[in-house]
Design a binder for this molecule. Structure first.
Ligand SMILES: Nc1ncnc2c1ncn2[C@@H]1O[C@H](COP(=O)(O)OP(=O)(O)OP(=O)(O)O)[C@@H](O)[C@H]1O
Ligand SMILES: N[C@@H](CCO)C(=O)O
Length: 293
């Protein structure tokens, strides 16, 4: 049996819509695969009651089909679905790595990224690699078309998950259809600042580079308490705050000594508007890990 642990990820990081992604060192999904005549799926764990076991509707089903690798697939969810922490992408990435090994397909992790992306597309409606790339490769990733660049960055983060569900499909509906030249110039500046911060392991530059005036404000309107939580995190020392992926998760970059206070402030911020929330004190971590029993 092959077991793969694939990490949660945070896509976009504010200024890098559909391009930037980061692997988080926690939470994670664990997938176990065994050869079978046809693909079957069992799901347990966090939010499993909301996840279809039909291979046509689960992200791992499309991956098994793309690799021509039928299997019995057990998914233990550590990442809540519809969270903005790449839950569906983590399962797809884990399945790609596990089935590639189970059937000796010989593909590299980079070659598995678009295959995992096909799985992710079954739920979000279109292929974007900003969750599956960091889940497979680890670190901070820049995905443009089929090309993915990685930076092995070390940045402390807090990911706060409110008890609100927002699907990626719905969150894509509010993305503005166009942008002005002024907005584009602003976004390019922030994205470049963030990338420089990742290359230098500099939380200040990463936080500054997260600021986005284009997609994030539209999505923030879907998250009750977003403005309060953002202000609370900044007051507790966060260097930058943004929507994680398609939301409702909220991501803060910070220095390590402020992480605990920021986590408490964010949970309290959601609490102030009557929303329960859970915060993960985390950091940019490695990609999926594989073991064979
Ligand atoms: N293996 C899976 N794990 C999680 N969700 C899955 C899986 N297979 C299908 N789904 C469905 O995908 C949807 C969640 O995916 P979605 O992209 O909306 O959220 P997410 O992956 O948590 O967030 P994001 O991509 O914004 O970081 C839910 O409707 C869920 O039922
Ligand atoms: N880039 C995607 C990530 C969510 O899966 C989005 O923000 O819609």
């Amino acid at each position: 049996m092959i077991t793969v642990r694939a990490p949660a990820t945070s896509a976009n990081l504010g200024s890098g819509f559909d391009v930037f992604g980061a692997a988080l060192d926690r939470p994670a999904d664990v997938i176990r695969v065994e050869k079978a005549d046809r693909t079957t799926i069992d799901v347990t764990g966090y939010g499993s009651e909301f996840i279809p076991e039909d291979p046509a509707n689960n992200t791992v089903g499309a991956v098994a089909e793309a690799l021509d690798a039928p299997a019995h697939i057990r998914i233990d969810k550590g990442i809540r679905p519809s969270s903005g922490l790449g839950s569906s992408g983590a399962s797809a990435a884990a399945a790609a790595l596990a089935l590639n090994e189970l059937y000796d397909r010989g593909l590299t992790r980079t070659e598995l990224v678009p295959i995992a992306g096909k799985g992710e597309a079954t739920v979000s409606g279109e292929v974007h690699l900003d969750n599956v790339a960091p889940a497979l490769l680890g670190g901070f990733t820049v995905a443009t078309g089929r090309d993915v660049t990685t930076v092995d960055a070390d940045i402390p983060l807090v990911a706060c998950l409110p008890e609100i569900a927002i699907s990626t499909r719905d969150a894509r509906d509010v993305v503005p259809a166009g942008a002005t030249m002024e907005q584009l110039v602003y976004t390019i500046g922030r994205a470049a600042t963030l990338t420089t911060g990742m290359c230098r392991d500099d939380p200040r530059l990463v936080g500054k580079g997260m600021h986005d005036r284009l997609v994030t404000p539209a999505r923030a309107d879907l998250i009750s308490g977003y403005d309060e939580v953002r202000e609370a995190a900044l007051a507790a020392g966060a260097t930058g705050v943004t929507v994680s992926g398609a939301g409702p998760g909220v991501l803060a970059a910070c220095y390590p000594e402020d992480r605990r206070d920021i986590a408490a402030a964010m949970v309290e911020g959601f609490g102030a508007v009557g929303v329960d929330a859970r915060a993960y004190q985390t950091r940019i971590g490695g990609g999926a890990t594989l073991s064979r029993d």
